[in-house]
Design a protein around this ligand. Structure first.
Ligand code: CMC
Length: 435
């Protein structure tokens, strides 16, 4: 028996079709040969929200959702989080291999070279209201860089793409920090290239009058680990947005802005902020059973729980719990942790969650850590966007090199009105009326 072929019998016509199976998939276009008659357009697959459709081949990130496995370029996320620096992992995601010492040193220098923002970006930020959400400011400011770097439009040139990739990775922490400083009414702090990626972000966020900001090394390392965990997650909503928008050959600043906009939603990266709001709403441990009952009654969602792909414990959530312990040794234990642990304990024993395979995801504990470190909840999703920019750009470059990729353009199943006409009595408009 040939296990690389699939035979389909069309009971409408009695015809048999043999389709090749590759990597557990059939080509959707192969279905088009299955027709009722010569006039028929051919069969399509219908898959709202891409629940069972692969849109690309990718060599960047591997997830086995049933077994709770996440790997970047083949390396387990646990090993990368324990032993690597964030920019080292970024290099791996973008280039396919870990850098050697010299390559890492050069790469860090290259990124540092791009940390400054054009001064007009500050003026642009000034235009936002004092209480503008940092994520809205982040999306808009990244998009505005498209006007500062018109050369980025040359997306078919690999060297140019690489230049924009380094620029973006260098600049997103600065943009993120400036959105925070704007919302607090503090003066902007320029990057300090003596510091590593995470510590420099902390410097741009929190430096006040001291001549040199010194980041707590435990907190800077914790932020680095969180960045590694958030750097990529294959074809999630925002990466799909990145690929979709960039498939029209839009420049990378506009495409990353589109991806960040997708990330902002509460079902995606916006969930970390929602978790904190939920914990505030619950208020104390004793209120947890009542909240769980409301979730089961369909009145609320347990934010930070559930995942399209993971039907097991999200491996990132496990590392985040460990990171939380390190952070709390410096900051003191957050009282919210007790509510979160109780939510998790009850949910993991409850039939509603067990049956639906709902486990804590990456966003369940990250917000508690961020808050303990001094971040305000409205910054949480921006903190997610900084490292995910690397993933978006890795997918962008991979897509641009893939000869099979074209402009993204899904089909639809039309369910609207059949052909109909305007009443004959309706007069034809003449030019004068139009004016
Ligand atoms: N709380 C309560 N019930 C839930 C939850 C939840 N958080 N998530 C899913 N369910 C239920 C859902 O109501 C459905 O029940 P039923 O079969 O009775 O209709 C069932 O579980 C399957 O859910 P689904 O909505 O079909 O699952 P999905 O794959 O479309 O959605 C999800 C995945 C992440 C959007 C969803 O689980 C969710 O809304 N979670 C809360 C938001 C969240 O934490 N998002 C962050 C995701 S991880 C970070 C990232 O990658 O962005």
């Amino acid at each position: 028996m040939d296990n690389s072929l699939l035979t389909i019998t069309d009971r409408r016509t009695g015809k048999n079709y043999t389709l090749p199976v590759d990597h557990g998939t059939i080509r959707a276009t192969e279905l088009r040969q299955i027709k009722e008659d010569a006039e028929d357009f051919g069969l399509m697959s219908y898959d709202p929200a891409f629940v069972n459709t692969a849109s690309c081949q990718s060599g960047i990130t591997y997830i086995d959702g049933d077994r709770g496995i996440l790997r970047y370029r083949g390396y387990p996320i646990e090993e990368l989080a324990e032993k690597c620096r964030f920019l080292e992992v970024s290099y791996l995601l973008l280039n396919g291999e870990l850098p050697d010492e010299k390559q890492l040193e050069n790469w860090i220098e290259e990124v540092k070279h791009h940390t400054m923002l054009h001064e007009t970006s500050k003026k642009f930020l000034e235009g936002f209201r004092y209480d503008a959400h940092p994520m809205g400011m982040f999306v808009s400011t990244v998009a505005a860089l498209s006007t500062v770097y018109p050369d980025a439009k040359n997306v078919l040139d690999p060297a140019n793409r690489r230049h924009q990739i380094v620029r973006l990775i260098g600049k997103v922490p600065t943009i993120a920090a400036y959105t925070y400083r704007h919302s607090r009414g503090f003066p902007y702090v320029y990057p300090d290239n003596d510091l590593n990626y995470a510590a420099n972000l902390m410097n741009m966020l929190w430096k006040m009058v001291e001549p040199k900001y010194v980041a707590n090394p435990v907190l800077a390392r914790a932020l680095s680990v969180l960045f590694i965990l958030h750097a990529d997650h294959e074809q999630n909503c925002s990466t799909n947005a990145m690929r979709s928008v960039a498939s029209s050959q839009a420049d990378p600043y506009l495409s990353v802005a589109a991806a960040a906009a997708a990330l902002s939603g509460p079902l995606h990266g916006g969930a970390n902020e929602q978790v904190l709001l939920m914990l505030d709403f619950i208020g104390k441990k004793e209120n947890v059973p009542g909240y769980i009952e409301q979730v089961k009654a369909g009145k609320m969602k347990l934010m930070g729980f559930g995942h399209r792909v993971y039907k097991n414990y999200d491996p990132r959530a496990r590392i985040i719990k460990w990171t939380a312990d390190q952070v709390f040794q410096v900051t003191g234990r957050s009282p919210k942790l007790d509510i979160a642990l109780e939510l998790e304990r009850i949910a993991l024993e409850d039939d509603y969650f067990i049956k639906r395979k709902l486990y804590p995801n990456v966003d369940f504990y990250s917000g508690i850590i961020y808050q303990a470190m001094g971040f305000k909840p409205d910054m949480f999703t921006v903190l997610f966007a900084i490292p995910r920019t690397v993933g978006w750009l890795a997918h962008w470059d991979e897509m641009m090199r893939d000869p099979e990729q074209k402009i993204a353009r899904p089909r639809q199943v039309y369910t609207g009105q059949p052909l109909r006409h305007l009443p004959e009595a309706k007069p034809t408009l003449n030019v004068a009326v139009l004016v």
